[in-house]
Design a protein around this ligand. Structure first.
Ligand code: C5P
Length: 252
């Protein structure tokens, strides 16, 4: 059954992106976004996901990692779906160096929900990135690498993206461009499930095309955007901003 138009207000309903299926249809067809003990994946999806970073470990290892991690991390509570009556406004904050000197801090904190990503931090950068963090999205591939050493397992407020959701975003939002979506773009896609209005901060490569971070000096000058279709992800969000579906803040 199709949801009422009002349930997907942010998406301004019934408007389609040029050459793409309707956003609404994309949302309906999406798998559950969060990884959890209950949200097990099939071996097929695992194999798709495994090839992304040349992951050598097998399905059994993956399942063990999930079980172990979720012994420590509480399962994500059911979240309220977008509703115009509540009008939750969210800020998705990427880690781009374009935040440096932006003075976006108060604007970011003004949002009801602030989503940060991977190593994104606030201490020492409050004026530019704000102080509030509601959700912190982590790349489970990264976590799995650290799994044996138990690094990162104390991070109870963190969320992990379900691999099948990653595959869905790669197909439905990025037309399978690049190797797989960045955690930032996944977080953006996720925000459309949680929020009525979305503002995006901290996305965009530097003038050399590298994904430099606001919190560190770039060591590897040939970083680019790695396996991710960074430029394409950026364009998708800029286009949505032009259509007034989201607000995209480009930084300085
Ligand atoms: O690099 P990292 O994964 O920590 O950054 C979080 C997200 O922010 C990335 O996944 C990417 O989507 C976005 N980002 C960006 N431009 C940068 C740095 C990060 O768009 N210069």
């Amino acid at each position: 059954e199709l949801p009422q138009a009002s349930e997907v207000k942010l998406l301004c309903c019934n408007q389609c992106l040029t050459g793409d299926p309707c956003i609404r249809e994309r949302i309906i067809s999406a798998p559950k976004p969060f990884l959890s003990i209950k949200n097990k994946i099939t071996e097929d999806i695992f194999n798709w996901w495994k090839r992304l970073q040349g992951e050598k470990r097998n399905f059994t290892y993956y399942n063990e990692a999930v079980d172990t991690v979720f012994k420590v991390i509480p399962p994500f509570p059911d979240f309220a779906e977008p509703s115009p009556d509540r009008c939750k406004i969210c800020a998705v904050v990427g880690n781009s160096a374009n935040l440096k000197g932006s003075r976006y801090g108060p604007l970011i904190d003004f949002h009801n929900i602030v989503i940060r990503i991977n190593r994104g931090r606030t201490k020492g950068y409050e004026a530019d990135v704000g102080t509030k963090t509601t959700y912190h999205i982590i790349d489970f591939l990264w976590l799995m690498k650290k799994f044996k050493s138990r690094v990162g397992l104390h991070t109870a407020a963190h969320l992990y993206i379900y691999p099948e959701f990653m595959k869905y975003v790669h197909e439905a939002w990025l037309g399978n461009k690049g190797y797989y979506p960045s955690t930032g773009f996944l977080s953006f896609a996720l925000s459309l499930f949680l929020c009525d209005e979305v503002s995006v901060f901290g996305f965009g490569a530097d003038s050399d095309g590298n994904w430099s971070h606001y919190f560190e000096r770039l060591g590897n000058k040939k970083l680019k955007t790695g396996a991710h279709p960074g430029g394409y992800e950026y364009d998708v969000m800029v286009q949505l901003d032009k259509k007034k579906k989201i607000r995209f803040f480009k930084g300085w």
